[in-house]
Design a protein around this ligand. Structure first.
Ligand SMILES: Nc1ncnc2c1ncn2[C@@H]1O[C@H](COP(=O)(O)OP(=O)(O)OP(=O)(O)O)[C@@H](O)[C@H]1O
Ligand SMILES: [Mg+2]
Length: 366
């Protein structure tokens, strides 16, 4: 770390210890009220986000990953609405005392408190940085504005800090590039600037929503490595949202697998890859390329069927129409709950439910 690098003392380590919950999401529900019907984009999601750790969030397109991220930041826009649940933030205290406990869902939308948290304590890197950067302001104006808003520094200090952050994320000649407009930079450079902007406030948690999907494979690898380095160096928590289980294997410590707005499996990354319990996770794993010593001709398996229309949620387990282990009369009738199947391994599947076993043996006898 260089002298100018921010966060030499981690606020997280002061009062929220690594591994303890930084965020507790309880039964979060986000609906989109549309003419065609209600989309339950996030449908009763509960999990803890540990301080200083990397949590991967995976699942097919439309399963609610981005809406989950936006709802933590309180930036879901109509017709979307958070209709229930809690987002408990253990806000690290600056002076090393006990953390403040705040339900982000209870803070007034766009009030000063949530804006302060959103701008510097919990930040978001989007898939497409052009959406987040204003095209009519230079990179300098945008990063420096953020620093001035949230940190007690003057303009010159904020500029130095921004340049240092840009250098840290691998922008060559940051003293010069900082005065360019976003459209003058390549996609990879913009994404690096986006990360610099998100980190310049010394966040306790970074949410990265498909941070590299729009980039070529080499740049993707560089950016992921950079994020991993910075995450460890700064000791921040990171929620890494991706379609890509390969990225999760490389970066995450814990993983949440989502399907149709629900968590279907939550465990540590090693267990997820070695002993996936949910048939959806098992199918997802079959669909990733093996990186080592696999022939180019080896084919990937696609998950059968497609994600159902968001307006017509299947009865029972939402995955049952596509599930290779579908149990008639059980999976299309009962709704599975997320339950523990081993130490910190949570699965929402009727294969592991005692109630379901009773129903299926009853059906067999009858
Ligand atoms: N602005 C919106 N208006 C209506 N429906 C929306 C809106 N934003 C999201 N949704 C719906 O919410 C559900 C979850 O969407 P979300 O963007 O969170 O998916 P995702 O998992 O991030 O997908 P992807 O991997 O493609 O980014 C989808 O069914 C989507 O159609
Ligand atoms: Mg998304």
């Amino acid at each position: 770390m260089t002298e100018d690098t921010p966060r030499t003392d981690s606020a997280v380590s002061n009062s929220v210890r690594k591994g303890n919950p930084l965020l507790e999401v309880n039964d979060l529900q986000v609906h989109f009220m549309l003419e065609e019907g209600t989309v339950r984009a996030v449908d009763g999601v509960s999990f803890d986000m540990p301080a200083g750790r990397v949590l991967g969030v995976v699942g097919e397109s439309g399963c609610g990953k981005s809406v989950l991220a936006r709802s933590i930041m309180r930036i879901v826009r109509p017709p979307g609405e958070v209709v229930g649940g809690e987002i408990i933030y253990h806000r690290p205290s600056r002076n090393g005392g006990s953390p403040d406990v705040i339900d982000l869902n209870q803070l007034p939308l766009n009030g000063p408190e949530i804006r302060e948290i959103r701008g510097s304590e919990i930040t978001l890197v989007f898939q497409e940085p052009m959406v987040s950067f204003s095209p009519v302001h230079t990179i300098a104006q945008q990063i420096i504005e953020g620093i001035l808003l949230h940190q007690d520094v003057n303009k010159a200090e904020a500029r130095n800090r921004a340049i240092e952050m840009l250098r840290r994320v691998g922008i060559p000649n940051p003293e010069v590039r900082i005065d360019e407009y976003p459209f003058n930079l390549s996609g990879g450079m913009r994404q690096r600037c986006m990360i610099a902007m998100a980190l310049s406030g010394n966040p306790n948690m970074l949410i990265a929503d498909e941070p590299t999907t729009a980039l070529d494979v080499t740049t993707q690898a560089q950016i992921l490595e950079l994020m991993s380095e910075l995450q460890q160096e700064y000791g921040m928590a990171m929620m890494l949202i991706t379609h890509n289980l390969g990225v999760v294997a490389q970066m995450a410590e814990e993983v949440i697998v989502m399907y149709l707005g629900k968590i279907v499996e939550h465990t540590d990354v090693r267990t997820l890859f070695k002993e996936p319990k949910h048939p959806y996770t098992q199918e997802l794993l079959k669909s990733i390329p093996r990186l080592r010593r696999q022939r180019q001709t080896d084919r990937l398996t696609a998950i059968a069927g497609s994600v159902p229309s968001p307006y017509v949620r299947p009865k029972g387990c939402p995955f049952h129409p596509r599930c290779p282990k579908f149990m008639p009369g059980v999976c299309d009738e009962l709704e599975p709950q997320l339950t523990e199947v081993g130490g910190r391994h949570m699965v929402s599947c009727l294969l592991y439910s005692e109630d379901a076993k009773k129903v299926s043996s009853g059906a067999g006898n009858g």
